[in-house]
Design a binder for this molecule. Structure first.
Ligand code: BEZ
Length: 240
């Protein structure tokens, strides 16, 4: 999708949910990558941040690093990006590890790749530069990409607001649950909550649903039925 930026008259490319993730090759703090091919078979969280050596971004990177094991268990590769250069990235990650203690987190090792994107080619391809917010820094974009390389969820935050990591994890587990169990998930769903089953496709099925005595199923109306999905079933999706 292309949108016209109001102030600058620039065309901004914005990938959409359901699109194949735009491909690119990049230099990162973990070596060169071929995206998304290098991560085929894994979920990917591709996220951008405005700049190295800034406080909100530092708090976010420490939180990502602190949750690395949880993302590994969810078969998920983290990939960061900003329009800074590689040496800035390396210096910043070294500072985080060696000097910063924040909310009980210290000695935090960022082991996922951080892309250098001085050219802004990747940031522009993913709509991470939003000129009415900032022309030279990426906003806080988060792309959830499935093991087939398809974009499944996109969340954008502005420069001044750090991401909610509970929500990032909830979205990831939610998408994996949707795929594994063929269900939809209601507002504020958390593992262990009831899930929504596909709507009845015939009048007969609608009647059957409303008259069902299945104790695991609740119908609020013929088109809105839920069933139990125990937390253990959701937890099974994690790698041991
Ligand atoms: C930050 O990460 O602290 C930040 C970066 C750019 C603009 C505002 C805040």
């Amino acid at each position: 999708m292309e949108t016209q930026d109001q102030n600058q008259n620039q065309v901004v490319t914005m990938p959409r949910i359901g699109d194949k993730a735009p491909e690119f090759k990049a230099v990162t703090t973990q070596g060169n990558i071929n995206f998304p091919q290098d991560y085929t078979g894994k979920w990917i969280i591709l996220f951008s941040h405005p700049a190295d050596f800034t406080p909100v971004c530092t708090s976010e990177f420490m939180t990502f690093a602190n949750m690395q094991k949880e993302f590994d268990e969810l078969n998920t590769q983290l990939v960061g990006l900003s329009v800074d250069g590689l040496h800035s990235h390396i210096a910043w990650l070294r500072t985080i590890k060696e000097k910063i203690e924040y909310k009980g987190m210290k000695n935090m090792d960022v082991t996922f790749p951080l892309i250098e994107d001085i050219s802004m080619n990747v940031a522009k391809a993913y709509g991470m530069i939003q000129p009415n917010e900032n022309t030279t820094q990426a906003v806080r974009a988060v792309f959830f990409i499935d093991p087939k390389g398809v974009i499944r969820t996109i969340i954008y935050y502005p420069l001044s607001l750090g991401r909610n990591f509970d929500e990032l994890k909830r979205v990831l587990i939610g998408l994996q649950t949707v795929d594994a169990y063929g269900v939809a998930l209601p507002a504020d769903w958390r593992p262990g909550d009831d899930v929504i089953i596909p709507p009845a496709g015939t009048c007969g099925a609608a009647k059957e649903r409303m008259e069902s005595s299945d104790e695991d199923q609740t119908c609020y109306d013929w088109f809105f039925c839920t069933r139990k999905l125990p937390k253990e079933k959701v937890d099974e999706l994690r790698k041991k």
